[in-house]
Design a protein around this ligand. Structure first.
Ligand SMILES: Nc1ncnc2c1ncn2[C@@H]1O[C@H](COP(=O)(O)OP(=O)(O)OP(=O)(O)O)[C@@H](O)[C@H]1O
Ligand SMILES: [Mg+2]
Length: 330
């Protein structure tokens, strides 16, 4: 469900920048996120995702530009922002020698939540951690630790939560469960702003931005972003994909040609003529019979094309054979 656009946004920024000495980590980010929206930020390692989140949480001061979160100014009202948001940092750690209950209590104290017990019970039910509440955090599985971290982030009933790679390193089953918890958080009206290296997760967000070298190179709904990719995409089937890939690489640019493990995609910008040229070229190069099947692009296809066009090779992109990671984190 897309939120009503008439409400004031949950956050908005104009030309937001942050430099660390000579490093421009975030450069000129202008963005608006509606209340109740789930917004996903994806991009290669070092693209500036964590820095942008920390700016939005009032933890880092911008070097230029401005922004608001829940109507509060990022610089002037940084302390008030921190009290009303939840932040699950990329390096979030629980206290291993405290139990599940005690960890939540600790975060309730930090946020000055006096009567936290009812909320804690709710969150434990919500995350299905009630049976484990007396267990030390260090004895939890990876997926359970993430759920406990999320419960800690939610103890003070924030209106917006910032999750920096919440599901990295979590097995697929636990990721599924984590996502159903996120859906329930959303249905309660909480705005979710997250980063993820998984493009299948990005597909589930209302809107997505691709961040590269400190800027947002694409922003939109997954459908809008996919519709912007020029040309027709084909999946190539043939006897020897490696040979076909090498042959096509001689004449076509990396932004039109992507090999993901056992799949080879070709993007014909000029349509069917270009598809026929590629097929004839493969035949002339002895690649055997190759079949071209027209397919709809995934976010991954769009992002590979963007990154190739931006010359991002070697920027930490690593596409696994199932094609879901953008930054090689698993
Ligand atoms: N405290 C800091 N001091 C100096 N440089 C920093 C600091 N924090 C981030 N950077 C630099 O800013 C750039 C952006 O880093 P950031 O952590 O925001 O990227 P990211 O997109 O979150 O990457 P990843 O996917 O690896 O988490 C990088 O070049 C990084 O080295
Ligand atoms: Mg990061």
């Amino acid at each position: 469900m897309t939120p009503a656009p008439s409400e004031p946004p949950a956050l908005s920024t104009a030309g937001l920048c942050r430099a660390f000495g000579p490093v421009q980590a975030v450069t000129g980010v202008t963005l608006s996120v509606e209340k109740g929206e789930m917004f996903g930020l994806v991009g290669p390692d070092g693209g500036g995702k964590s820095t942008l989140i920390r700016l939005l949480c009032g933890i880092l001061t911008p070097t230029a530009g401005s922004g608001t979160v829940l109507g509060l100014d990022l610089v002037r009202d940084a302390e008030a922002i921190k009290a009303r948001i939840g932040y699950l940092s990329q390096a979030f750690t629980l206290y291993g020698d405290l139990t599940v209950d005690e960890n939540i209590e600790f975060f309730a104290d930090i946020h000055g939540v006096g009567d936290f017990r009812t909320r804690r019970d709710e969150l434990l039910e919500f995350t299905r951690l009630t049976p484990f509440r007396k267990r030390l955090a260090e004895a939890l599985s990876g997926g359970m630790k993430k759920k406990l971290a999320l419960a800690c982030t939610l103890i003070h009933t924030p209106e917006i939560i910032f999750l920096d790679e919440p599901s990295t390193g979590v097995d697929p089953v636990s990721r599924g469960e984590f996502w159903s918890i996120l859906s329930r958080i959303l249905s309660q009206g909480v705005t979710v702003f997250m980063t993820t290296p998984y493009l299948d997760e990005a597909e589930r967000c209302h809107r997505v931005a691709l961040m590269h070298r400190g800027t947002l190179v694409q922003t939109g709904t997954p459908a809008e972003i996919k519709a912007r990719l020029p040309g027709q995409l084909y999946r190539i089937d043939c006897r020897n994909l490696g040979e076909a890939y090498r042959a096509l690489k001689q004449r076509w640019t990396p932004s039109q040609l992507v090999r993901y493990g056992d799949r080879l995609h070709f993007r014909a910008i000029r349509g069917d003529d270009e598809r026929q040229e590629a097929q004839a070229w493969l035949a002339s190069q002895g690649a055997g019979e190759c079949r071209f099947e027209a397919i709809a692009p995934s976010l991954e296809d769009v992002f590979v094309a963007e990154m190739s066009a931006a010359g991002a090779k070697g920027d930490g992109m690593n596409f696994s054979s199932d094609g879901i990671t953008l930054s090689g984190k698993d």
